[in-house]
Design a protein around this ligand. Structure first.
Ligand SMILES: Cc1cc2nc3c(=O)[nH]c(=O)nc-3n(C[C@H](O)[C@H](O)[C@H](O)COP(=O)(O)OP(=O)(O)OC[C@H]3O[C@@H](n4cnc5c(N)ncnc54)[C@H](O)[C@@H]3O)c2cc1C
Length: 196
């Protein structure tokens, strides 16, 4: 969830909402392309410079994926921002050309290529606070946008928040006998003669 999406959920915790409001997500155009044969590169993933692309990865190299020669390519934030409202077909063609340049695969026709726009994809300046916690309201926030816009950031943030909740829970007091606070069964429902 992006910081923008967190804000309305934090209506009761203004201090946390204010933190989320300060952070802005930036967009990312992503290309998914499948090729009929393996691209002749000796890497499975690369950060790319001097190109519309910022990151490319061979999908089959990830655990549990099919063997098909599929690549995911992320455009840079700057390029994505500049082409935010372009048609997806034009974006796919441009990113495919960029991918072909990086992988020397311009002679290989893809069997599939599609571009997808993520408007709120990544945060350029994460807070690096790991997580947010309001002990009075017992409300916490975790997410990649607090640490780093990738899965490791999301994981670290979730673990940090779990730690805060556990530490705080040591001070929480439950009623000595919770069931005494429950109404007796007869008190839960009105009998028909009581409702008129
Ligand atoms: C195009 C793209 C490609 C990426 N590729 C990679 C990659 O290859 N490797 C990598 O490490 N990272 C990648 N990332 C980043 C990675 O996806 C994120 O860092 C990660 O998913 C963030 O996790 P999160 O838990 O913070 O948020 P999310 O994954 O967004 O999880 C938030 C969850 O909250 C749920 N939710 C939303 N609203 C509510 C609500 N009101 N009530 C209850 N639940 C709600 C959502 O359904 C969702 O399950 C990519 C991101 C993008 C945009």
């Amino acid at each position: 969830m992006t910081p923008e999406q967190c804000v309305p959920l934090l209506a009761e915790c203004e201090a946390l909402a204010a933190v989320a409001r300060e952070v802005r997500s930036s967009p990312c155009w992503a290309l998914m392309a499948a090729f009929p044969q393996r691209l002749a590169v000796d890497f499975d993933a690369a950060f790319v410079e001097g190109s519309p692309l910022a990151w490319i990865a061979r999908n089959a190299s990830k655990p549990g994926r099919a063997d098909a020669e599929c690549w995911v390519a992320h455009a840079s934030t700057e390029w994505s921002q500049a082409h935010l409202e372009d048609q997806a077909e034009a974006i796919a063609a441009a990113l495919l050309q960029a991918l072909a340049r990086v992988t020397n695969a311009s002679s290989i026709e893809p069997v599939y290529a599609a571009a997808h726009r993520w408007r709120l994809a990544r945060v350029l300046s994460p807070r690096r606070e790991q997580c947010l916690w309001d002990g009075d309201a017992r409300v916490g926030v975790c997410g990649d946008w607090l640490v780093e816009s990738r899965i490791e950031g999301a994981y670290a943030s979730g673990v940090a928040l779990a730690g805060r909740v556990l530490a705080s829970a040591r001070d929480w007091r439950l009623p000595a006998r919770a069931e005494t606070a429950m109404p007796a069964q007869g008190e839960l429902f009105e009998s028909p003669q009581d409702t008129g």
